[in-house]
Design a binder for this molecule. Structure first.
Ligand SMILES: *Cc1c(COP(=O)(O)O)cnc(C)c1O
Length: 368
């Protein structure tokens, strides 16, 4: 049978696997950091209204520059991010994955490299590969923190063109201090100059403030955001960035014309009208996240401090066997390939209870 490697695919794609969290049909799915709450009915109705309006104009291409949406995203960031921004600072695309791809197409690419501090979001390395950007795996310490000294050393040594900092980090939940990002930025400018991309996909769940104010006076710093997690709209595919207006101008060089459909823009605008309700769910999820941390520790597990809507817990002598044992009890968590550790997304209180029951049983079994 003909397989991928029988085709004349690019050399660097040979023998590789695509991104893929298993989508298994089990009662409790806590494996992809989604928001467990469906959008509230009034918002669903508002989406229908705005999409109907957009549908009347679907014979035309959408607003290529998504000006109304970028204005509303800027308003949201100004209100919640501790720093005023305008539409000129904001760019939007189909999920923050597309934002990151556009950044790598613009600032990475063949002959260039990007660094991330691993374990971290696996898509950074995959998007690097897809854009022909070389990937450098930078270090984290044993507590999964970014150690300033060793991180700056790696930047000075490899002189990457793009530096990824994920805060809060996925899959560990660890936040990165503003001072650390500033030190990495200085190191990256001394070695580069290079772009520093702060991936804040989970920042709404954090105990700390957004790193958005750091873009002030730093044209090579980008903050990336998404509506997939806190806004409970993973199915919408809407991500965005905030940066100096020159960065927004630069990504226009690689974006596909009309990349953001009129339906997507209308839906995102409707969701932004309901920001306060959606952020109310975030508060509930933060409380559930804290409960998961406390109860996992009470059961006897090790837990990594979390600023996100998920928790990394362990340690397991056989990570895959533990993942399987939890799955056998009807709960799907994530094995991110971090030896000894699994990751669980904060779900509804009922889902979290089911998860806690499962891992309580697992602990009893291991003790026997
Ligand atoms: C989930 C996640 C994203 C979101 O990607 P979208 O394309 O916006 O759905 C981005 N970065 C990190 C670190 C994530 O975990």
């Amino acid at each position: 049978m003909t397989g991928i490697d029988d085709l004349p695919v690019r050399e660097e794609l040979r023998g590789k696997s695509p991104y893929g969290a298993p989508q298994l049909d089990v009662p409790v799915q806590l494996n992809t950091n989604e928001n467990p709450y469906p959008l509230p009915e009034p918002l669903v109705a508002r989406i229908a209204e705005r999409v109907a309006e957009a549908a009347r104009g679907l014979n035309r291409y959408p607003d290529r520059d998504a000006v109304e949406l970028r204005t509303e995203l800027a308003r949201y960031l100004t209100r919640t991010g501790g720093h005023p921004v305008t539409a000129e600072n904001v760019w939007a695309a189909n999920g923050s994955n597309e934002v990151l791809q556009q950044l790598l197409q613009t600032f990475g690419g063949p002959g260039r490299t990007a660094i991330g501090f691993e374990p971290s979001y696996s898509m950074h390395a995959l998007i690097a590969r897809g854009t022909g950007t070389g990937w450098i795996s930078g270090p984290r310490d044993d507590d999964f923190r970014v150690d300033v000294e060793s991180a700056c050393k790696a930047i000075a040594e490899h002189r990457p063109d793009v530096v990824f900092v994920t805060s809060p980090n996925n899959p560990t939940g660890t936040a990165v201090e503003a001072d650390t990002v500033l030190a990495l930025y200085e190191a990256a400018q001394a070695a580069g100059p290079s772009m520093v991309v702060v991936d804040e996909a989970y920042v709404e769940f954090s105990h700390r403030d957004s790193l958005l104010p750091l873009i002030e006076g730093r044209p090579n710093l980008v903050v990336s955001r998404t509506m997939s997690k806190a806004f409970g709209a993973a199915g919408l595919r809407l991500g965005y960035l905030a940066a100096h207006p020159a960065v927004v101008d630069a990504v226009q060089l690689v974006r596909l014309p009309y990349h953001l459909s009129a339906v997507t823009q209308a839906t995102a605008l409707a969701a932004l009208e309901h920001t306060d309700t959606l952020l109310g769910y975030v508060e509930q999820l933060k409380a559930e996240r804290d409960r998961l941390v406390a109860e996992l520790r009470a059961i006897g597990y090790e837990v990594t401090e979390s600023d996100a809507n998920f928790v990394q817990f362990g340690k397991f002598p056989d990570t895959h066997a533990a993942w399987r044992a939890i799955l056998d009890r009807g709960v799907l968590v994530r094995d991110n390939g971090v030896p000894g550790w699994l990751r669980v997304t904060a779900g509804t209180p009922e889902e979290n209870d089911a998860f806690l029951d499962a891992v309580r049983e697992l602990m009893k079994e291991q003790e026997r």
